[in-house]
Each structure stands twice: as C-alpha cells, then as structure tokens.
Design a binder for this molecule. Structure first.
Ligand SMILES: [Zn+2]
Length: 65
C-alpha cells in the first residue's frame, strides 16, 4: 500500500479541505409511465410507491391518499 513520505502541512490540508462542499442530489424520473415524478435514484418513488426499472416496476409500498 502506498504511504505518504512526508506529513502534509496543516495549511495544505486546510486549503484542500476548503474545496469540500455539499453537492445537490441528482433526481431521476420515475419509470412508471403514469407517474413520471422525480425522486432520488435507487429509492422507492414516494408518489406512486413503485420501484424497479422500466417494464419491471413493482408496487413496493402503498401510498396513502
Ligand atoms: Zn412514481
């Protein structure tokens, strides 16, 4: 495993970390043709309660009205 030869200065560490920032989450469009709502990928759609790929959508949770 590669190991750093020299300790990185506090200044260098802090200037690198100053670039760390939160990125907005990317939303995917629901594959349910009747829904098409935007939701985070790899999650159950909160609008219709379905999950899966196109043509493989299945009802995972029941959505309360
Ligand atoms: Zn949906």
């Amino acid at each position: 495993m590669a190991v750093p030869k020299r300790r990185m200065s506090r200044s260098n560490t802090r200037s690198r970390r100053s670039q760390f920032k939160a990125a907005p989450i990317t939303l995917s469009v629901c594959a349910n043709p009747a829904c098409r709502a935007k939701h985070p990928s790899h999650t159950v759609c909160p609008e219709c309660g379905q999950y899966g790929e196109k043509d493989k959508m299945r009802q995972v949770i029941e959505v309360e009205v």
